[in-house]
Structures are given as structure tokens and as C-alpha cells.
Write a protein that binds this ligand. Structure first.
Ligand code: 5GP
Ligand code: SF4
Ligand code: MG
Length: 458
């Protein structure tokens, strides 16, 4: 998911709308904005894309100097309007809206306890647990209520919480999901999942929130308590760099495009394909790594696959049936480029292998003599419980098949993945000491998952 917030600007909801556009790649199922005019909150949430949900009259109905927004793709709770965010409630302390990126790992447990205690939930979203905990807290101030609620939850959360008169921004103690603070010339504070949203509205990047930091903006002033919880160890999602974030964003201290190009260079060193005639990318996510591969190997880069810009990220659509159909809708091969060539094809990841298989077949049908598939992340062997929608372990092809078996399945002449060390080097942390790599390594730093443990239902 993607989150955006702004305080201290007369056009808060308009700017939130723009910010959400820049974050659309992080979720395409639903979007919403909640604005505050200082006295009351107003909300608009709908299924679909940002551009289709909001227009001038809708935004005019969201007046005020502060607003938060959300784009969603479901990792906890189904794809339905009741789960669209920001969630918005009225409780004893007033009105409150919350936008969440990430996934809580103990939400089901907490929900059970709360329901046993009489709570009535309106959504399936894990995020609603935080609202219930907040509303029940006996702490005197709003900030203390939030801190008390957050001490009970475990998992990934970058949060924006809006009340009538303040905006609170939080990153979980492990810093799993990103969140960046910016400032506009006029003085407004801005928060966003990725810096690309700040660039769009010409806000300056101030800094990324720290793991476990809680920041409050009220009456034009910002204060921070960092950390509100002591970080045991950082676990920044390395997959944000591999696939999820937009390449023009700077995230966890590095530019995503540069990291992806470096992944491609490392990949070329570790898994060369010396006899190939050209390097092509699986667009869009494979492009920077393919360019890096071409630069490091000296094999020319070319465009062998064309991506339709009228289809969203296929993976993000939650149903398998749509995903299958999606590949042909989304990609087509350029016969003139591929015919008679030995081709290196660079992609960011293989999840189920179904897409990759179709792509390789498409390239061969266009006349390629050989296809050497190179993947700019290590084999995806484990599901994510922290806000990326990977399927169960049984569906992950690398969890159940050897390298040779995967190559045979996708019909590639050769297959090579980058190593975990190579991935670490590309993000500037060879030991991967500040990153989560669980989907590649099985080392879950947050929650009780992993090889020797039973997997909870998602
Ligand atoms: P597959 O061959 O496993 O069916 O599909 C792999 C493709 O899915 C790659 O092109 C990759 O860019 C894309 N993809 C999209 N979203 C995700 C995601 O959330 N996780 C992973 N691992 N791959 C994704
Ligand atoms: Fe990111 Fe993978 Fe960790 Fe999930 S398991 S947070 S996708 S690195
Ligand atoms: Mg892709």
C-alpha cells in the first residue's frame, strides 16, 4: 500500500490526490482521502484507481488544511470497500482516521481478544485493531494512547493518523516499510511512503522517519519521540528495492534505480551469459537491472518486449485467473529485435513461474534462438507476512523446485539468480544486517514464522 499526508496547506486534499497518483504503483484496488478542516473530518473512499475516484467536486467536498490518503492492495482482509482506507471512526475522544502500509502479524489474535470483550469490527483489515486499541486506551493524551496501542501490535506498519487538530506519523520499530518526511516552500509538512510523491508536489525531502519513530504535527509545530519503542534490529524490506518501489524514489538511503542497476551489474558478474547477442528486460520492473547487466557484460541492450500502459501490475490483481490472462494483455514481443538472436532476459523475480514461462515462450515464438533468463533477486522461497502479497509456500516455485527444474518449467535455455550476498552488496549492506530478507532467506525477524514453525493462515 501507499500512504500520503499533509498538514498546513489550504489545498491539502488536492495535494494528497496528486501524492496518491505518484504512489499508485503501491496499490490499485482502492483509494481514499480523509481531510480535516480543524473541526471535523470528511472522507471519500472507493474501489479503483486514484484518477477514477477523485474529481474536482469530490475534492471540493474534502476541505481543510490537513489530509491523509491511501492506495491499497490487499495483504490482510479482502478486496472490498469496507477495507478501503483511510479507516475513519468516531470514538469517545473525537474523530480519527488512519492510513496503514504494512501488515500486522498478531492482528488475528488481538481481534479475537477484542471481540471477546465486545468490540464490533467493521472491516477485515488488520489496521482496525489499532483503532480499537486506541479507543480503549485510558492514557491521558492522544499520543500516549497511540503508543499504548502500538506496544500491543507486532509487524510492519508505517502509519498516518489524522484527528481534527493533528497528524501523527509512525514507523514500526523494525522500520520494515518506508516513510519519508518532506516540507513545502510555504511551510506545509508532508509525509509519504516514497519520495517520488514529494517530488511531484515539489516538496523538499527532509529525511526518512527512523525505525520506531513517532512524529506529531500540531498547530504548525512538529515534535518527535524517537524511538517510541527500542528497535531490536532493523528489518527494512529489501524487496522494496528489488521490485515494489518506484525507481525514481530514494528509499532507505539509496536511490531505487541505482540499486536496481547495481543488481543487474552484480548479476552479470555472478551469472554471465557470454555468448548472448543482446540483453532485454521484462518491463517495467526488470528494466534498470537489464541496463546494469548490459553495462557490466558489454552485451548490447535492446527493447524486445513492449509493455501496454493500459494494464496495471498483473501480480497485484489478487485473483489467479486474472493473473494468467494478464500476461498477454500486458506484454508483446518485438520480432524484428529477437529473431535469430541469443537473448538474455532480465526480470526482478520469479514467484509462481507462470508469468516467466509465458514470457520465455513468447520470446521464442518471436524467433529467438536461445533464452537465458537472469533474475535480479535470489530465489523467492518464503512468503511475506509484512505487507507484500506473496502466495503460500506451496505456490512459490523456488520453494519446491530446483534451479534446473525451474529452468525446464519456464523453458529457458539457462537460468541464473543473483546471490543473497550480491543483493546485499547492491543495497550497500553486504551482511544484510539492516534489512529483512525473509522471502529469500527464511529468516523472519518479526513474528513466529519460518522453516521449523507452522505457517499461520494469512
Ligand atoms: P511469475 O513468473 O512468478 O509468474 O511472475 C514473475 C513476475 O511477477 C515478475 O515479472 C515480477 O516483476 C512480477 N511481480 C509483480 N509483483 C510481484 C510481487 O509482489 N512479488 C514478486 N516476487 N514478483 C512480483
Ligand atoms: Fe520484504 Fe521479503 Fe521481508 Fe516481506 S519477507 S518484508 S517482501 S524482504
Ligand atoms: Mg515484472
Amino acid at each position: 500500500c501507499g500512504i500520503f499526508g499533509i498538514v498546513g496547506h489550504a489545498e491539502a486534499s488536492n495535494l494528497t490526490y496528486l501524492g496518491l497518483h505518484a504512489l499508485q504503483h503501491r496499490g490499485q484496488e482502492s483509494a481514499g482521502i480523509v481531510a480535516s478542516d480543524g473541526l471535523a473530518l470528511r472522507a471519500h473512499r472507493q474501489m479503483g484507481l486514484v484518477a477514477d475516484i477523485f474529481d474536482a467536486p469530490v475534492l471540493a467536498g474534502l476541505p481543510g488544511q490537513a489530509a491523509i490518503g491511501h492506495v491499497r492492495y490487499s495483504t490482510a482482509g479482502g478486496s472490498a470497500l469496507k477495507n478501503a482506507q483511510p479507516l475513519f471512526v468516531q470514538y469517545a475522544g473525537g474523530q480519527c482516521a488512519i492510513a496503514h502500509n504494512g501488515n500486522l502479524v498478531n492482528a488475528a489474535e488481538l481481534k479475537q481478544q477484542l471481540e471477546a470483550d465486545g468490540a464490533i469490527f467493521q472491516s477485515d483489515a488488520d489496521t482496525e485493531v489499532i483503532l480499537h486499541l486506541l479507543a480503549r486506551s485510558r492514557q491521558p493524551t492522544f499520543e500516549q494512547k497511540i503508543v499504548e496501542a502500538l506496544r500491543k501490535v507486532t509487524g510492519a506498519y508505517s502509519l498516518l493518523v489524522l484527528t481534527e487538530d493533528k497528524l501523527v506519523a509512525v514507523r514500526d520499530p523494525h522500520g520494515i516499510r518506508p516513510l519519508v518526511l518532506g516540507r513545502m516552500k510555504e511551510g506545509a509538512y508532508v509525509l509519504a511512503s516514497e519520495s517520488t510523491a514529494l517530488d511531484l508536489i515539489e516538496a523538499e525531502i527532509v529525511r526518512e522517519l527512523e525505525a520506531g519513530e513517532l512524529l506529531v504535527i500540531e498547530n504548525g509545530l512538529m515534535r518527535t519521540s524517537k524511538p517510541f519503542a527500542e528497535p531490536p534490529r532493523q528489518a527494512r524490506c529489501i524487496f522494496e528495492h528489488v521490485y515494489f518501489a518506484r525507481p525514481d524514489s530514494t528509499l532507505f538511503g539509496s536511490n531505487v534505480y541505482e540499486v536496481r542497476k547495481e543488481l543487474g551489474r552484480q548479476l552479470a558478474k555472478e551469472q554471465p551469459a557470454p555468448d548472448a547477442d543482446l540483453v532485454i528486460a521484462v518491463p517495467d520492473s526488470g528494466v534498470p537491472a537489464a541496463i546494469g547487466f548490459a553495462q557490466a557484460s558489454g552485451i548490447p541492450y535492446d527493447v524486445g518486449l513492449i509493455r501496454s500502459h493500459y494494464v496495471g501490475r498483473t501480480f497485484i490483481e489478487p485473483q489467479q485467473s486474472i493473473r494468467h490472462f494478464g500476461v498477454k494483455l500486458k506484454l508483446s514481443a518485438v520480432r524484428q529485435v529477437l529473431k535469430g538472436k541469443r537473448v538474455v532476459v532480465v526480470d526482478d523475480s520469479i514467484v509462481r513461474g507462470t508469468t516467466s514461462r509465458k514470457i520465455v515462450k513468447m520470446i521464442k515464438a518471436a524467433g529467438a534462438l536461445e533464452v537465458h533468463l537472469r533474475i535480479s533477486s535470489p530465489p523467492t522461497k518464503w512468503p511475506c507476512y509484512y505487507g507484500i502479497d506473496t502466495p503460500s509456500r506451496q505456490e512459490l516455485i523456488a520453494a519446491t523446485h530446483s534451479l534446473e527444474e525451474i529452468a525446464t518449467y519456464v523453458t529457458a535455455d539457462s537460468l541464473g539468480y543473483i546471490s543473497q550476498e550480491g543483493l546485499g552488496r547492491a543495497v550497500g549492506d553486504p551482511e544484510r544486517g539492516s534489512f529483512c530478507t525473509a522471502c529469500f532467506s527464511g529468516k523472519y525477524l518479526v513474528g513466529e514464522f519460518g522453516a521449523e514453525r507452522a505457517e499461520p493462515s494469512k
